[in-house]
Design a protein around this ligand. Structure first.
Ligand SMILES: [Zn+2]
Ligand SMILES: [Zn+2]
Length: 229
């Protein structure tokens, strides 16, 4: 990518897909900033993930970091397929993941266990563990100085309200886009004012979002690329 601040998001795994890509229940996307390449979640079927990575012409070796939003099968399954393809892989997960799961991942990668919000790379923050029953982290990615942020969600089990509130606490930059699963979040008014609203795989109120935010809604599908700004 060139020198001016920009972020490119590529949807790698979703219930919908563009022609040639494969669709499957789960979520994964690639985040490319000027300095880093992060894969956020890995879907379920590693072969589907690898197929979509190849079609998106992603150089897997260039992935600096793997972030797992939560420990559900449809977000972590592809991990076993991509870890062997990365030299010195690093995985950012939640401290609350089971000890067995952490042990298996630690045997194959360096791990960083998250509890509270923190900066994990230049211009990239995790919200920390949110939610009571199902713990989940989301990512806030800065597009560039004074250019606002992108919020990435896995399933959004803790609900959009708490995730968006935390994103706004972490960084006072404008929220320009939200991409990922919105699950059954009720408080859709939280999406007001966000320029690009991109609900993905597990979003239950898809139709309501399309009707309420026709100008900001964009369709999510594996193979889709979103460039910022
Ligand atoms: Zn989930
Ligand atoms: Zn999910």
């Amino acid at each position: 990518m060139d020198n001016k601040d920009s972020v490119k998001i590529t949807i790698l795994y979703d219930n919908n897909c563009l022609a040639g890509f494969k669709a499957s229940w789960g979520f994964s996307c690639l985040i490319e900033t000027n300095e880093n390449t992060i894969i956020f979640d890995t879907g379920w079927d590693g072969n589907v993930l690898l197929h979509n990575l190849e079609l998106s012409q992603v150089n897997i070796e260039k992935i600096d970091l793997i972030v797992l939003s939560h420990s559900h099968w449809d977000h972590i399954g592809g991990l076993t397929h991509i870890l062997p393809l990365i030299t010195n892989p690093k995985v950012v997960l939640l401290k609350s993941f089971s000890e067995n799961m952490k042990r298996e991942i630690r045997a194959r990668a360096e791990i960083l266990e998250i509890v509270n919000y923190e900066k994990i790379m230049k211009g990239v923050w995790t919200t920390g563990e949110l939610g009571d029953k199902i713990k989940e982290q989301a990512l806030v990615v800065e597009i560039g100085k004074d250019k606002g942020n992108i919020l990435l969600t896995g399933c959004a089990h803790p609900d959009l309200k708490s995730i968006i509130q935390m994103a706004r606490t972490i960084s006072d930059g404008d929220l320009k886009a939200i991409i990922g699963g919105f699950h059954d979040s009720e408080e859709l008014n939280m999406l007001e004012g966000i320029e690009r609203v991109i609900p993905c795989h597990c979003t239950q109120k898809m139709d309501e979002i399309k009707i309420t935010y026709p100008d900001s809604y964009l369709k999510c599908a594996a193979g889709q690329v979103f460039n910022f700004p």
